[in-house]
Design a protein around this ligand. Structure first.
Ligand SMILES: [Zn+2]
Length: 336
């Protein structure tokens, strides 16, 4: 059995910088035609110039890997010092989204934002430029399982204050977040990762500690996972793929202070085919992975197609020093 879909978009990925970037571009660009690249690199992407330089570097690596069809879609990180002028210049330079991390909530977010209203002039400029606002929706300091729910009021406030600003609540993990997005106007959408469709907190800490499943936001309950699956395979265009594939070298995961992030890039499409088939929804895989997000971001269709075949393969233990999601497991679907 084979399926062919329009080449997918990954609307949330971490490609990192330096040596890691050189290793990671191929894992995303092998399957995805476009990817929205997150700006929380060691030296953050804050301005038009930063984004242009980062894009050139990604394209240079993709060309070396003979994957020139790949288009990185650029973001800037919104921090307390971001100004409306920075947004306008970034938009002119082709940056399509600004990513906002609450202070200290995940990898490289110590410079994140603690007072959202102070950024309202920046949101105003984004609305004018038609730049998308991507939100890491968690409130730091709140009990870890309640952080996403605690953020939803802020999401509602921003969406009401800026009715024409397109907003993406990134990597939703709770039923409450799914229901909130459904009830908000059409300027609000959400991304769903692959790993949150497969795991609950029990998989992370319920038995042995599995550091390669540890991420922010952490996976929640089985009820939450079912709600995410319902949103992914459903017919609402509000929910689309953002893998949040977030590589860390094995030593940064298997240690006393392990980093948050699940590396899914090489297995994402195979895992999605598996779960969509399990729920009798294979015909909706294309919508979730290549149509809905593209429409929300107002992007042209990706180049060509991606074929998957039902043929078992074993996920390698490591890719370039990073342990992938479902390492060592046999997956039923394979990207051709
Ligand atoms: Zn992320």
């Amino acid at each position: 059995m084979k399926i062919k879909i329009n080449r997918p978009f990954d609307l949330h990925v971490h490609l990192r910088d330096g040596k890691m970037l050189e290793r990671m571009v191929k894992h995303t660009s092998a399957h995805f035609g476009h990817a929205l690249v997150m700006p929380n690199t060691t030296k953050p992407i804050l301005t038009a110039e930063d984004a242009q330089e980062y894009k050139r570097e990604i394209c240079r690596i993709a060309a070396l890997e003979n994957l020139p069809h790949f288009t990185p879609l650029m973001t800037i990180k919104l921090v307390a010092s971001t100004t409306p002028e920075i947004v306008r210049q970034a938009s002119k330079a082709g940056v399509i989204a600004g990513k906002l991390y609450p202070e200290g909530v995940t990898t490289n977010s110590a410079d994140g934002v603690s007072n959202f209203e102070s950024l309202y002039p920046v949101f105003e400029a984004m609305q004018e430029c038609d730049m998308v606002l991507c939100l890491h929706g968690e409130v730091p300091g709140v009990f870890v399982l309640d952080r996403e729910a605690a953020f939803l009021k802020t999401l509602i406030d921003i969406s009401r204050a800026f009715p024409n600003l397109r907003i993406v609540l990134e990597h939703v993990t709770t039923e409450e977040a799914v229901e909130t997005v459904r009830l908000l106007p059409y300027n609000v959408s959400a991304t769903i990762t692959v790993h949150h469709l497969f795991t609950t907190l029990d998989d992370v800490i319920g038995g042995m500690l599995r550091p390669h499943l540890f991420c922010k936001p952490v996976a929640k309950t089985e009820g939450d996972r079912k709600a995410l699956i319902g949103a992914a395979i459903g017919d609402s265009m509000r929910f689309f793929l953002g893998t949040d594939s977030a590589p860390h070298l094995v030593g940064k995961k298997e240690c006393s202070s392990g980093c948050a992030g699940v590396f899914t890039a090489p297995v994402a499409m195979a895992c999605l085919a598996e779960i969509f088939e399990q729920y009798g929804a294979l015909e909706r895989l294309q919508g979730f992975t290549s149509t809905f997000g593209r429409v929300f971001y107002r992007l042209p269709p990706g180049p060509g197609t991606l074929e998957l075949v039902k043929e078992p393969w074993v996920v390698p233990a490591e890719y370039d020093g990073v342990v992938p999601f479902r390492a060592g497991e046999t997956l039923p679907w394979k990207v051709l």
